[in-house]
Design a protein around this ligand. Structure first.
Ligand code: GTP
Ligand code: SPV
Ligand code: MN
Length: 597
């Protein structure tokens, strides 16, 4: 237990409102994790997977109305409306607290309130931050055990005086006496994912799924942390972190911001196809970056696990994720095989003859629907990843040499482009666009701007966020800043097939970036940035047609010109908070395009 008065008061006040039957303080032990598993199995939320196939793992199906982040129910409740900016839903904090208080009133009746003290970042690291999530969901407790550092060790660091991000979460389904519980209690009609950046609070109601409910992740480590980062001169970003080693043993660290379900987990643990090269994982979703005393940006992974997209994950595409999730993992909304193992689309070369789909219906090949939900996920401890870098928990972080931006773009955008400098790179990041995915509720495949892959995760005005990026670029010697790149693995041919093999073969692009950072690889200037010369991209052993390569590596000035009005339109969103440097960048782009043939 704790003698931290602020924490004791927080728990007491929230319990008085939510009125749980019991309060349980999480200690973070393995016994506690096992208890959560048993609770879920007893309640019908989970079933054990066959021990010989998938030891110490459970299989969970959510309510079909609770399967992804709900961006239209996500709110930034800053005191001043303009601080939330044009890309966030805003609500007045007092009004929202009133609305939510009536929803939370008695919302935990019949349930246990779990108190989860957690650390984002290695416990005790000067870059780490502490939060406390109160929740009535054992599923959330179990997932938080994997995704963050939980329990007594966190309370020790918090001490009697320490401050913390206050998180309150309820599935919003009080349990009446003698009434049976739902396998996946939630409140589909009343979902609210609310952030109070001024007071560093998160109140989440009605959903038990992923980023809606595991408050350490998007709510704390991105939306609240981005505000802290702005105030304190660092960066909280939706980025993977990887360590890349060349055959001579030289190391560079890269981070990459791609929108949800656009390839971060896959890139973070890829197995290079070029002999002698090695990728190791530091993080797969979130990076906190601060300047070290050496003037370089250093990144830590605030998380301790992966909440990874299951569909598309196979021995071929992401061997290390498959191995990591081979035991002691949680599988949500996958399909169940008759042998008691999981399956999902793309897992095996041959589809199984029959499985039970995520909606408990029989599924067989050709039946016309998917067996797993497209946003089905595995929750797996990062330490179980065979290529986790030894320094992944270094409290000082790793020095970042390159930052990648990217998204899903079927057309126009080439395989890789290098920014001319930090300002140009920030500009490129700010115009990131991508086809929407199943990671959020809503239509899939719609093209939208997703600046720095942070559109759903920035806790303040996006125009100010752009200025913060520019400011970061001025905080150190330009030669110490990471180089910035834009990548696109998702370009398609006229038949709709991907032009680039992707996955492991992305190491060819990583190699080019590595050698650019070292001043070795060649590049050609184009109006949108620097592209690899055909010789500088290592394609040895790769079966790709010359025509496909040509399409992947050329900039069509005509096509790019059609993007300019769209960029301008995108920028009107931010009004007078758009940094003037970006207008200058648009002008420079237009000038370069005008000169191009
Ligand atoms: P979040 O966890 O939602 O933030 O997603 P993420 O960015 O980590 O995406 P992830 O690596 O899980 O990939 C999402 C989907 O894209 C999966 O179905 C992958 O199989 C697929 N994918 C990943 N990398 C590539 C690639 O290089 N090419 C192609 N075609 N698909 C890819
Ligand atoms: C994302 O959507 O970017 C995720 C999954 O990483 S969630 O935790 O649900 O946000
Ligand atoms: Mn993500």
């Amino acid at each position: 237990m704790t003698r931290n008065q602020k924490l004791l008061e927080f728990v007491e006040q929230m319990a008085a409102m939510c009125r749980p039957d019991r309060i349980y303080w999480c200690d973070g032990t393995e016994e506690e994790y096992q208890l959560m598993m048993r609770l879920m199995v007893q309640a019908g939320t989970a079933i054990w997977m066959d021990h010989s196939k998938r030891p110490n793992s459970i299989y969970v199906r959510s309510d079909p109305l609770d399967v992804a982040r709900v961006e239209d129910r996500t709110f930034i409740c800053s005191v001043r409306r303009e601080d939330a900016g044009p890309t966030n839903n805003w609500a007045d904090p007092m009004d929202m607290k009133r609305t939510l208080s009536s929803l939370f009133d008695g919302s935990m009746r019949g349930r246990t309130m779990f108190v989860i003290p957690y650390s984002m970042g290695p416990t005790g690291s000067h870059i780490a931050k502490i939060g406390v999530e109160l929740t009535d969901s054992p599923y959330v407790v179990a997932n938080m055990h994997i995704m963050t550092r939980v329990g007594n060790k966190v309370l020790e660091v918090l001490g009697e005086e320490g401050d913390f991000v206050r998180g309150l979460h309820s599935v919003g389904a009080p349990l009446e006496k003698s009434a049976p519980d739902a396998p996946w209690p939630c409140n589909a009609q009343h979902k609210y994912i609310c952030h109070f950046p001024d007071t560093r609070e998160i109140w989440s109601f009605g959903s038990g799924y992923g980023g809606n409910a595991l408050l350490g992740k998007k709510c704390h480590a991105l939306r609240i942390a981005s505000v802290q980062a702005r105030d304190e001169g660092w960066m909280a970003e939706h980025m993977l972190i990887l360590k890349l080693t060349n055959p001579e043993g030289r190391v560079h660290y890269l981070t990459g911001a791609f929108p949800s379900a656009c390839g971060k987990t896959n890139l973070a643990m890829l197995v290079p196809t070029i002999p002698g090269w090695k990728v190791e994982t530091i993080g797969d979703d979130i990076a906190w970056m601060k300047f070290g005393t050496d003037g370089r940006l250093r990144a830590i992974n605030p998380e301790a696990g992966f909440f990874g997209v299951a569909p598309g994950t196979s021995m071929k595409t992401n061997l290390n994720a498959i191995l990591a999730a081979s035991h002691s993992s949680i599988f949500t909304n996958c399909a169940l095989t008759p042998e008691g193992d999981v399956w999902w689309e793309g897992m095996t070369e041959e589809e199984p003859p029959e499985v039970m789909d995520w909606l408990r219906r029989p599924w067989y090949p050709g039946c016309g629907r998917t067996a797993a939900h497209p946003n089905a996920r595995f929750t797996t401890p990062a330490a179980q990843c065979p290529v986790i870098a030894p320094e992944w928990e270094d409290p000082d972080g790793v020095p970042v040499d390159a930052i990648l931006f990217g998204g899903r773009r079927g057309q126009v955008i080439p395989l890789v482009t290098e920014a001319f400098d930090w300002q140009h790179g920030t500009f490129i990041g700010s115009i990131t666009s991508s086809e929407t995915t199943a990671a959020a509720a809503g239509k899939v495949g719609q093209l939208r701007r997703d600046p720095m892959a942070m559109l759903p995760f920035c806790g303040y005005h996006m125009g100010d966020y752009f200025s913060h990026w520019l400011k970061i670029g001025e905080m150190t010697d330009p030669s110490l800043l990471p180089r910035i790149y834009y990548v696109n693995w998702f370009r398609r041919d006229s038949q709709g097939h991907f032009l680039w093999p992707g996955y492991a073969e992305n190491c060819r692009v990583l190699k080019w970036i590595f050698e650019r950072v070292d001043g070795k690889a060649q590049a050609i200037d184009t109006p949108i940035g620097r592209l690899p010369t055909p010789e500088s991209l290592d394609l040895s052993g790769l079966d790709i047609s010359a025509a496909a390569l040509q399409e992947l590596l050329t900039v069509d000035a005509g096509e790019m010109r059609t993007e300019v009005p769209l960029i301008k339109e995108h920028y009107t969103t931010f009004g007078d908070r758009l940094p003037k440097e970006f207008n200058e960048q648009v002008k420079l782009l237009e000038e370069r395009l005008a000169k191009a043939v």
